[in-house]
Design a protein around this ligand. Sequence first.
Ligand SMILES: Cc1ncsc1CCOP(=O)(O)O
Ligand SMILES: C=C1C=NC(C)=NC1=N
Ligand SMILES: [Mg+2]
Length: 214
Amino acid sequence: MKQKLSLYFVMGSVDCMKDPLAVLDEAIEGGITMFQFREKGKGALTGVAKYRLAEKLFERCLAHNIPFIVNDDVDLALALQADGIHVGQEDEAAERVRDRIGNKYLGVSVHNLTEVKKALAAHADYVGLGPIFPTVSKDDAKQACGLTMIEHIRAHEKHVPLVAIGGITEQTAEQVIKAGADGIAVISAICRAEHICEQTKRLYEIVMRTKQEG
Ligand SMILES: Cc1ncsc1CCOP(=O)(O)O
Ligand SMILES: C=C1C=NC(C)=NC1=N
Ligand SMILES: [Mg+2]
């Protein structure tokens, strides 16, 4: 699990400046290790259009052995036979989601140690902690918790697979890993890059080098 979390690309059509399929192809070429389809916010696709885009993105992930995770929408995840689901604190209770998805990946969004412990009690496979820094990609994001929250959680839960998310860039990736995250989850650092493949490669190199340094 911890290896998969290294460079976790989160994206929906709303986040893309061009065709989401082209964005994902370049991100895959750049070395992402996990993908989350997060179709949310103003102008997000719904119904059949959402399903069709998810199918095409999933095909790409399947072709490259990259886990395909669906955000929030358990029905969509089950309909697609996705590799997993990611839910937030306000979504369907993690315990119930675990019952519905069997042994698929279950990720839970957390903001503090209490929520981490609750997620583990619900048999989550990993937690997504954030926002670490201020973000432009989630309009209802909570207050940024900073690197100290990563350190605090890691101090109390040494082994929990933890990916950090929120405002993470090429400039901050190293300190996020050094603080104790097993990986970084990003939307705009990849989606808004001038050259997506090269940017993804740089993020990948930084994360993997820093993880090796221990
Ligand atoms: C989905 C989500 N959850 C906490 S912050 C965030 C958005 C992250 O986007 P970006 O990497 O562009 O800051
Ligand atoms: C809110 C989120 C937190 N963490 C991850 C990995 N994905 C999300 N959508
Ligand atoms: Mg959610």
